[in-house]
Design a protein around this ligand. Sequence first.
Ligand code: C2E
Ligand code: MG
Ligand code: MG
Length: 246
Amino acid sequence: MLYQPKIDLATETLVGCEALVRWQDSTKGVIPPDKFIPMAEETGCIISIGLWVIQTVSAQIVDWRKRNINIPQVAINLSGSKLASSASLKSIFDILEKNLFPPSMIEFELTESVIMGYHSSGAFQSLLKLNESGYNISIDDFGTGYSSLSYLKHLPIDTLKIDRSFIIDVIEREDGRAIVKAIIALANCLELKTIAEGVETQLQLDFLKACGCDQVQGYYFAKPLSAKDIAAFSEQQSNNPLLMLS
Ligand code: C2E
Ligand code: MG
Ligand code: MG
């Protein structure tokens, strides 16, 4: 499991991280999630992978807290409708409720297409329950799916995560800049936080700052790090907020 820092734009300090799963194969080495998550969704393995991720992240948070490592929030990617079934959400609660840390330390990232599909299913109530219990919910890869704007207003969500595809050429392309500005304006109107993913350059950072984006994540500050390295990042950052590891 790797953890990529999320940085607050106003203070340039660590506000949390995203847990990103890796598959270590004895012959092929490290397999990235894009290669095995779609297959896991098809076969149904995604439910046990998802629960394993939540279990691992929870144990990691408990360990960091024991050692006074300040990582305020960890985001977990929740995939597809299978994991979002009511039975699976009950298993999520069963794992999380055993832990003695505040629910606000966990954020669930769901993609736009998954979250929009909840309208017609009972999973919407479960999502509401997660949110009411204090867990944060964000829409991942925002802008790439088909969001119903009126539905967005009623969703129990806290954050819009602007997809990397809009950030990649935001400096070169005027239409890209217009989209990013529009997403941030929309989020402001709906009182949602914004985070931009895939930030790699100072120019992108400056643009996002000028637009009033709240947080950023990307190689500019740090690549996904091991649990040990993000603990070191957190400790060094509290001494020097402008430190970058990559
Ligand atoms: P995502 O949730 O949108 O995660 C962001 C991806 O962008 C990560 O790739 C991250 O390493 C990459 N990234 C971050 N900053 C930069 C940057 O500045 N430049 C570039 N080029 N890339 C950047 P990763 O780790 O390969 O994950 C890919 C996708 O796999 C994730 O997209 C997510 O949808 C899925 N995934 C990862 N971990 C999990 C998990 O535990 N459960 C589930 N269900 N899906 C996961
Ligand atoms: Mg994500
Ligand atoms: Mg994303």
